[in-house]
Design a protein around this ligand. Sequence first.
Ligand code: GLU
Ligand code: MG
Length: 434
Amino acid sequence: MANNPEDYQVFFGCSDFSGLFRGRAVSSTLYKSKLNTGCGWVPADQSLTPFGEIGSSNPFGSLGDLRLIPDQKAEYRIKCDEMISPLHFFLCDITNLDGSPWTCCARNYLKKGIKLLKERYGLSLKIGFEHEFTLIDEDLISEPVFSLRAFRKEEKFISILAQSLSHADIIAENFLPEYGVGQFEVPTSAKAALAAADDAVAFREITREVSRLTSRRVSFSPKVSPEAVGNGVHLHFSLLNDSGKNICEDKNQKGAMSKEFSAFCAGVLKHINSLTALGAPSSVSYLRLKPHNWAASYNTISLQDREAAIRICPEMRHNNRKISSFHGEIRLGDATASPYLHLGSVIQAGIIGLENSLEVTRFTENNPSEMTNKERKKLGLKRLPRSLKESISLLSSDETFMRSADPLFWECYSDMRLTEYAHTKKLNEKELCQ
Ligand code: GLU
Ligand code: MG
């Protein structure tokens, strides 16, 4: 059958707690008959660390059966000239055998948040993910950062990636050679929350596929080496009302936050440590979350500042036409997180803000790392967790936030992350990046 291009394998997969995309493949001649019933899955799979071992005290052991059920709205099929067979996959929900959502399904965690936000507050989110990655080169001669030369050096890779993303209906706003050696950024057009998170999962898989096809090594690691510029995943978010209108800005005051947006952001800030445990969830994530990396390192919200945990992005106009609306950007995340957990945690914290009518009382104006302890204390500024161990411990003490999921969900998550920590804690920074 290898010569029949119509017979190839279609992958049913899920983005799991470790941020990796795992699943099973079925024949293209059969997959349509399996769309409703999916394929089998095992609870302990959710306890796999990124290094492949199962969490040492995982709550499941060898027991249990689950299903991976493809969401037919989350189908990605890409065929470009360089491919032998199409890259064809479905993003799946993990369900119990009766079809109900499994307690520890990451995609369902996000879906629950989206539903709650809509039902309770009539609000929805428009989300744009921005991914950074590094094309690793043994050739030490680097091109000037942001330059056409740096871009053309990887033109083949970028062209195939652009073509593949467009097959998948993922709209790259641009491809930019970034500040780091071999580093690129791809901001994608905003979509509704679930579709945006699905696309973020697909984006990483498509990029990895293109790297295989072009024999280029790609890494989404938050740090490819201790001295390298970090790779972040920035999450742009706007709150929309029932009619789909962006309501982030105060109707009566240009550049000020609306009550709802302020409450949402204040909830995010209040639970920022827990968000870090889900959005920057690997040992290596904490090499990036340091001052002067243009990534978040303090619990700040600021106007336009690229070191803030939440950056408020201004409206942009051209010839009187609005190109981009006033909205927020969360800058702590990286690609070792499942987009479902990263975005799901933002929504859950935002809901807590709305529920308690919290308010953002002031924006931080200066860099907290350059303030004195006394100044920081006065403004309530604190460093984000500095290690995976610290972030998991702060998450475990955040009872209000932990109500957003079942205790089993947290038991499984903390165990697999602490197993990852145990695996990496003796490594020096260089070994950790490797
Ligand atoms: N590379 C930076 C990060 O790790 C972000 C740079 C930027 O795009 O502003 O998040
Ligand atoms: Mg960037």
